[in-house]
Design a protein around this ligand. Structure first.
Ligand code: SF4
Length: 216
């Protein structure tokens, strides 16, 4: 199996989850179509990443009104002194190809979009692993739970992310390139990305529908 196929096999289950498709029920034809689309996607990816270590206090003071409004942020960083913030992006060529695809083949565009989101997660995972962070929480992002999505913009400015790796503010709290994200994890405490460690375990509507953000 070549490296591209190996990566595709790693990211395909999450892409299926984004499309709300049961990966176990995917037929060979759909699988092959998705692999072909991934190979095109891969040609367009110019991954860039940036990370910054902050104290939890510094993070919370980045915009104290905003951060203190989030119970989830306090919950996930409880017991951590420091935090690492990541900014990662697949680059503008991914967006340009997505637009072309949307104009000529919407079903392929949907698959492309899901694969791109999953690929960004995968590449950010690899970037995170390369830092050997020791014990740390799972990675989460503004927009997750009650963490205000507007925090993306505050962090973009505070860490000069536009200047360093070219992620910019767009309208409606989105960022450009579209396949970009700001994520973070607390340091010094180990929590896995499972429902058991989620503040919403007992009130989660996703679980009621039989879906999960993560594997358990
Ligand atoms: S599926 Fe699990 S991890 Fe996701 S929000 Fe619900 S309880 Fe939390």
């Amino acid at each position: 199996m070549n490296k591209d196929t190996e990566i595709f096999n790693r990211i395909f289950p999450l892409a299926c989850r984004y499309m709300r498709v049961d990966v176990l029920k995917v037929d060979e034809e759909f699988n092959q179509k998705a692999l072909d689309i991934f190979l095109e996607l891969n040609k367009n990816v110019r991954f860039k990443g940036q990370h910054e270590f902050l104290t939890v206090d510094n993070l919370m003071n980045i915009d104290s009104e905003l951060t203190s409004s989030s119970e989830d942020l306090v919950f996930y960083l409880d017991g951590c002194k420091d935090v690492v913030v990541f900014a990662t992006t697949l680059g503008v060529d991914v967006d340009a190809y997505s637009k072309k695809l949307q104009a000529r083949d919407m079903s392929s565009a949907v698959i492309y979009d899901a694969l791109a989101s999953s690929y960004l997660e995968y590449l950010t995972d690899e970037y995170e692993k390369s830092l050997n962070l020791g014990e740390h929480t799972f990675r989460f992002a503004p927009g997750y739970g009650d963490i205000p999505i507007k925090l993306n913009y505050i962090i973009l400015d505070a860490l000069s992310i536009s200047k360093k790796i070219g992620i910019y503010k767009a309208s409606n709290n989105m960022m450009l390139p579209q396949k970009s994200m700001i994520t973070m994890c607390g340091l010094g405490k180990k929590t896995a990305p499972t429902c058991a460690h989620c503040i919403r375990l007992n009130s989660c509507s996703l679980r009621k529908e039989g879906y999960r953000c993560y594997n358990s």
